[in-house]
Structures are given as structure tokens and as C-alpha cells.
Design a protein around this ligand. Structure first.
Ligand code: MN
Length: 442
């Protein structure tokens, strides 16, 4: 009975089948009917003030294939890189950072092929080193993203350069890219741990030679939204270039900081699918995009309905498992188990979901999970979906047994049917119109 459901599940989250607790299914069709139509729900903010703190031209720069690939243990194959880039391109992401061309021959080839094959702007990373810059230019990218450490700790113990050398090399790299007629983005790496006067000095130096974009990277993830907001404003005040932000999630503030960057006037934020990247990763594409669309009311122009598929593809390719409680793309992001929540959602999904972001908007499914917190409403929905016509007493008894069974493990669709049969719940006599996806069930 549940085969079509699990098949669908596997398509979305191929590696998560064993992680699941409770019985996870797609939302019964009856609930879809109650929801009536797929729409962008008007969000009543209640005590939250409304306002448009972010301009409509918030751009999304995806670095899944660069910073994302720097996740410990992650290495995308050539094919995977091409496929991920093609999906990002089709979805309407503004920029794809395809890689770091100087890293290897294979990386160079992958970046070149992506630059040739997608409509979206493609960016390639380079240190402020001649060979890196030439490799990025040779790869045919639209934008070369050059970066140079600016914090004391990185200048001393990573780059082994003086401040003067850092400025000189940054300026030379920016000039070289400009001279080649290609757009250039400059990142003062570790900006959030850089002495502010030196940060301003570097930014002004690259501004003078015509840098197109200045990125404000929170390389080690130490920013807070208010501090980052202020820093982005400071940087923007010292350059004519457009400002971009790059946030890390070491303290779980990656997305908040990316959004603070937009609020401070940045034009673009760097994100990665599922938030993969160095250490705890980057601001997550799905979180930033859906917060912009849903909470801020910004039209990013991105086809958000492909987010769930994109997430599954990147999860598989990166071998970084998406936690069940991950916003937007986690197994539980649109799942409900507790009685009060499930009953509310059956009546009106806005009761216990944000309302401004729905599973339909990201290509996911809402699920009712049968577990120890299950309530009668959800059990009734699930029984009817499975072809039963229970009485109220039978619903009560099945609910009791479901909770009992949930104490010792997950309650599957098969378990539910078994319980229903044990309680002698009658089958629906009228043949209901079968759901298309269930026609091939057995
Ligand atoms: Mn980074």
C-alpha cells in the first residue's frame, strides 16, 4: 500500500529512508482538498511589524560548487558539477561560482565547461597570485573573484605577507582582471576579524582601480546580524563597487547574517545548497531565498519549486546528510506529528506553519507522521487515505494502538493497516477515485 509513497520519498531524499522515525507519508488527498489551492498566502504578521527592509533586486550568488565543495570530505565529480550548475541555471540563480580553476586541471576543465554551458553568470575564484588569476581568466568566467587575507592572524600565519604586500597584490590582481575586460570581485578574507582602518584601506585601494564588486566575507563565522549590518554599511561607504556578503554558519547565524547584509544595503549574498561549505558551512541557499521570498516579500526571480530536488541532488553528490530538522529542506520541515498541530494543519495549514512558505513553493510534500504524539484527526485522515471508513470509536482505538506501537519504534503504513484490521475497521465501500500516483501501487 505504501510503495508509491516510499518511491516518491526516495526520489526526494534517497539516503534518508533509514533515518526516519514514525510513519512518514505524503499528505492525504483530503488535506490537499481542504487547502483548496496552491497560492502565496497573505501573511498576517500579528505582532511583527511589516515593512520592506530589502530591495527587490537582492541577488543570489551560489557557491555550492566552490565553498560548498570545500566541505570536509566532499568532492563533486565532473558530471555532478555540470548537473548542479545546470539546475542552478534553470532555476534562475544570479551567479554560479563554479570553482577554483587554479586548483587542478580537472577543476579548470569543469569551470570552463560550466562557463560555456550555462546562461547564468559564472564566477571563478583566484588568490591574488598571477597564476590563479590567469587560470580563472583562461577558464572563460564572467567574473573573477580574487581574495586576499586582511586579518592579522591570517596575514601572519596563513598568507605570510605584510599589510603592504596584501594591498599591492590585491590591487595588481584587480587591475589585471579589469585589463582583461572581465568583471572582478574582491574579497578581503576574514573581513570580520580585520582591523577596521586596514579593511577600509584595502577596500579603497581596490576601489580606485575599478573593482566591480566588494565582498564582505565573515570567513570564520563570528559575525552577529547587528555587527555585520554595521560592517557592511561601513564597507559600502568606502567603495563605489556593488557590495556582496559571504556568511558562515559557525554559530548558526549564517542566514541571519546574509539577510542582515541585504538589510544593510548589500546587493548580493553568497549561499550554498543545504548550507554546505567549510566547517559548519555557509548561509543556506534555501533558507536565504525562502526568507527573502516569504518573510521579506522580495521577488528573487528564482524558481523555488526546484529547491527540494536541488537539495536532494546536492545531498547525494556531497555526501553531507541533510538533518531532519533543517529549515526548508529537512525531512521534518513540513511534517507534523503532535495531535494539536496535526489537527490544526488538517483544518488550515496556516495554523502551525509559517504560511508564507509552503511545501508546494519548494517542491516538497507536507507529511503527517504517526508516532507517540499522534492525535485522532491525523489518524482518521491516514485511515481514510488508506481506504478505511472508521467510526469515531474505531479512530480512538486505532489512535491508542498507534501510540502504543510508537513507544517501541516507528509506525509504518503497514503497521497502520494491520492495526486497522485488528480493530476491524471496515473498508470504504464506495470506490473512491484513485489518486493517479496510487494506480500502480500493487
Ligand atoms: Mn567561505
Amino acid at each position: 500500500m505504501s510503495t508509491s509513497v516510499s518511491r516518491c520519498e526516495e526520489d526526494l531524499h534517497p539516503s534518508k529512508e533509514l533515518n526516519r522515525r514514525g510513519c512518514v507519508v505524503q499528505l492525504p488527498c483530503s488535506i490537499r482538498r481542504i487547502r483548496r489551492r496552491s497560492r502565496r498566502i497573505e501573511f498576517f504578521r500579528g505582532t511583527l511589524t511589516s515593512g520592506s527592509e530589502i530591495d527587490d533586486d537582492a541577488r543570489i550568488f551560489d557557491t555550492t560548487l566552490r565553498d560548498g565543495e570545500q566541505s570536509p570530505g566532499t568532492s563533486f565529480s565532473h558530471t555532478e558539477k555540470r548537473r548542479i550548475a545546470a539546475t542552478l541555471d534553470a532555476m534562475g540563480i544570479d551567479v554560479i561560482e563554479a570553482g577554483f580553476p587554479a586548483v587542478s586541471e580537472a577543476e579548470f576543465e569543469a569551470v570552463s565547461e560550466i562557463a560555456d554551458s550555462v546562461e547564468t553568470e559564472v564566477c571563478g575564484l583566484a588568490r591574488v597570485v598571477e597564476g590563479d588569476v590567469e587560470a580563472a581568466l583562461d577558464a572563460g568566467v564572467d567574473t573573477v573573484h580574487v581574495f586576499c587575507s586582511t586579518s592579522e592572524v591570517q596575514l601572519d600565519d596563513s598568507m605570510h605577507a605584510t599589510r603592504e604586500e596584501a594591498v599591492e597584490r590585491s590591487v595588481a590582481a584587480v587591475e589585471r582582471v579589469r585589463e582583461a575586460g572581465v568583471d572582478v570581485m574582491f574579497s578581503p578574507m576574514d573581513a570580520t576579524r580585520t582591523d577596521e582602518s586596514f579593511l577600509i584601506e584595502v577596500v579603497e585601494a581596490v576601489d580606485e582601480v575599478g573593482v566591480d564588486w566588494v565582498n564582505v566575507p565573515d570567513t570564520c563565522g563570528v559575525a552577529t546580524p547587528a555587527r555585520f549590518h554595521s560592517l557592511v554599511e561601513t564597507v559600502a561607504a568606502h567603495t563605489d563597487a556593488r557590495v556582496d556578503v559571504h556568511a558562515h554558519d559557525d554559530f548558526g547565524m549564517g542566514t541571519a547574517n546574509a539577510l542582515a547584509g541585504f538589510e544593510a544595503g548589500a546587493d548580493q549574498a553568497q549561499v550554498s545548497v543545504n548550507g554546505i561549505g567549510e566547517r559548519a558551512g555557509n548561509a543556506a541557499l534555501e533558507e536565504v531565498v525562502m526568507a527573502l521570498e516569504g518573510v521579506y516579500g522580495v521577488d528573487t526571480g528564482i524558481d523555488t519549486r526546484r529547491i527540494a530536488d536541488l537539495s536532494a541532488r546536492v545531498e547525494q553528490a556531497s555526501e553531507v546528510t541533510v538533518p531532519a530538522n533543517k529549515p526548508v529542506v529537512g525531512e521534518n520541515a513540513f511534517s507534523h506529528e503532535s495531535g494539536i498541530h496535526a489537527a490544526g494543519v488538517i483544518e488550515n495549514t496556516d495554523t502551525f506553519e509559517p504560511g508564507v512558505v509552503t511545501p508546494e513553493m519548494v517542491g516538497a510534500d507536507r507529511k503527517l507522521v504517526l508516532g507517540k504524539h499522534a492525535g485522532r484527526h491525523a489518524v482518521r485522515e491516514r485511515l481514510e487515505e488508506s481506504g478505511f471508513a472508521p467510526t469515531d470509536d474505531q479512530v480512538t482505538e486505532v489512535t491508542r494502538r498507534v501510540k502504543e506501537r510508537a513507544e517501541s519504534g516507528r509506525v509504518t503504513e503497514t503497521d497502520l493497516v494491520e492495526i486497522a484490521e485488528a480493530v476491524t475497521v471496515p473498508r470504504q465501500t464506495e470506490s473512491r477515485e484513485p489518486e493517479p500516483q496510487r494506480v500502480h501501487d500493487e
